[in-house]
Design a protein around this ligand. Structure first.
Ligand code: ADP
Ligand code: MG
Length: 276
């Protein structure tokens, strides 16, 4: 049911989305389409509006204008009941995890099931344990508390919770931020594996160039309030749009750290000589 009749194979569309905070225009006509079973990334400099865009996709913020459709549901004028139903069809991995410290890992993972499904405790624990294994954590981790886990394990546990309702669409906000390279590489492989196993569609915000090059199918570049380009990294790398170039400048761009793709003022390669 997720496909709109006009767009089979589409899980999310934004059309002419405008977002203002007072006088400040963050998005000034954002257009993008996420296809079923693709891994779609959004990149952009600090303050370009990535997190706000994600919040709009997951019904935490309403844009000032424009249209958003998620899994076939138009978000404009959505009823509370429809929003509740839609929220159970996508999972979100927030940047700062959001596991409850007073609950064990297994209890955290089972929480959405307790809220939204009529299941007894053993059934909840069995599904939670299955998700724990699916994200590559040992069964013993289930009885630990979040404070006992490393950063990479926390991300995995939070991911297990995001997956526990079998979502059709998964949103990841900076899934590898703050992780050591080995843990980050583990998350890369995990994200790829998820899509291959379940045909899940994934939207992620990331600065991680390994994720962008090795995992994302297509990448949208957000700058100056609009999507400047959308495509695989290899294709974006060939464009000479000055708004895009800062993300790809330099031979070491692929190995660069997060701050390497914060846009810095650069000049177009050739000054425009076209008459007005
Ligand atoms: P990014 O995630 O790309 O760094 P954000 O989406 O967090 O960017 O923010 C984009 C811009 O919108 C920033 O200038 C930020 O200050 C502003 N902004 C975000 N949320 C709010 C808010 N609730 N109220 C006012 N301004 C906001
Ligand atoms: Mg942000």
């Amino acid at each position: 049911m997720a496909d709109t009749p006009e767009n089979p194979g589409t899980v999310l569309t934004m059309r002419q989305v405008v977002t203002r905070f007072g006088e400040h225009v963050v998005h000034n006509g954002v257009d993008l389409t996420v296809r079923r079973a693709e891994i779609f990334a959004v990149i952009g400099g600090s303050g370009s509006g990535k997190s706000t865009l994600l919040r709009e996709m997951i019904l935490l913020h309403t844009p000032s204008a424009g249209h958003i459709n998620v899994l076939g549901v138009d978000l404009a004028h959505i009823t509370d009941a429809a929003a509740l139903a839609l929220r159970q069809r996508f999972g979100v991995l927030f940047q700062y995890g959001g596991l409850f410290g007073a609950l064990t890992v297994l209890q955290n993972i089972g929480l959405p099931l307790r809220e939204h499904r009529q299941l007894d405790d053993p059934a909840v624990d069995a599904i939670a344990a299955q998700k724990l294994a699916a994200v590559g954590l040992d069964a013993a981790v289930g009885s630990q508390y979040p404070s006992e886990l490393s950063g990479g394990m926390l991300k995995r546990a939070a991911l297990a919770r995001a997956l526990v309702l079998e979502p059709e669409l998964l949103f990841l906000d900076e899934p590898t931020a703050g992780l050591d390279p080995q843990s980050a590489a583990g998350i890369d492989a995990l994200v790829l594996g998820l899509r291959q196993q379940s045909g899940l569609s994934i939207v992620m915000i990331t600065h991680d160039l390994d994720l962008l090059w090795q995992v994302a199918d297509r990448v949208a570049v957000l700058a100056d309030g609009k999507v400047q380009a959308i495509g695989p990294m290899a294709e974006l790398a060939t464009l000479d749009n000055p708004a895009i170039q800062p993300f790809f400048n330099g031979p070491r761009a692929r190995a660069a750290q997060a701050q390497a793709i914060e846009p810095t003022p650069t000049q177009p390669k050739e000054p425009s000589s076209k008459p007005k």
